[in-house]
Design a protein around this ligand. Structure first.
Ligand code: ZN
Length: 132
């Protein structure tokens, strides 16, 4: 299990962590298998989507905030229920196949740590399973 540390700078932010995950896989010498990513936070998550055009990230964050607005009407006293709901919607884990030390991502896919209650210091747990 390797930990990726992420320092976020905004309340809502998608941080590209593709190269950090690639680095863990290339150093593993496992060949072929599956990479598990797990986000141990209740107001963050993981998204795999287009990384080539940064406006896609912006559209995703803007639409999520439109669908799940900040509001004083939630029951949770901490005042960040919108962040908890966004985390629940995008999910907190992913499984990505890899081969020959490289992630088997689609051409336009990148992996993003999704911050919904930043800025904060975050961690992401990674595990690798060898395919036999
Ligand atoms: Zn809370």
């Amino acid at each position: 299990m390797k930990i990726i540390k992420i320092k976020t700078t905004k309340k809502n932010e998608l941080v590209d962590i593709t190269s950090k995950v690639e680095e863990i896989i290339s150093k593993s010498s496992l060949g072929k298998g599956f990479c598990i990513l797990y986000c141990p936070h209740t107001t963050a998550g993981i998204i795999i989507n287009e990384g080539a055009d940064p406006s896609v990230k912006e559209d995703i964050l803007n639409k999520l905030s439109e669908l799940v607005p900040e509001s004083p009407d939630y029951k949770h006293a901490e005042g960040n229920s919108d962040s908890h709901i966004k985390s629940s919607l995008v999910g907190i884990s992913k499984i990505i196949p890899f081969e020959s030390g490289k992630l088997s991502l689609g051409t336009w896919q990148s992996i993003f740590f999704a911050e919904f209650d930043g800025p904060r210091n975050r961690t992401l747990e990674t595990g690798l399973i060898k395919q036999i």
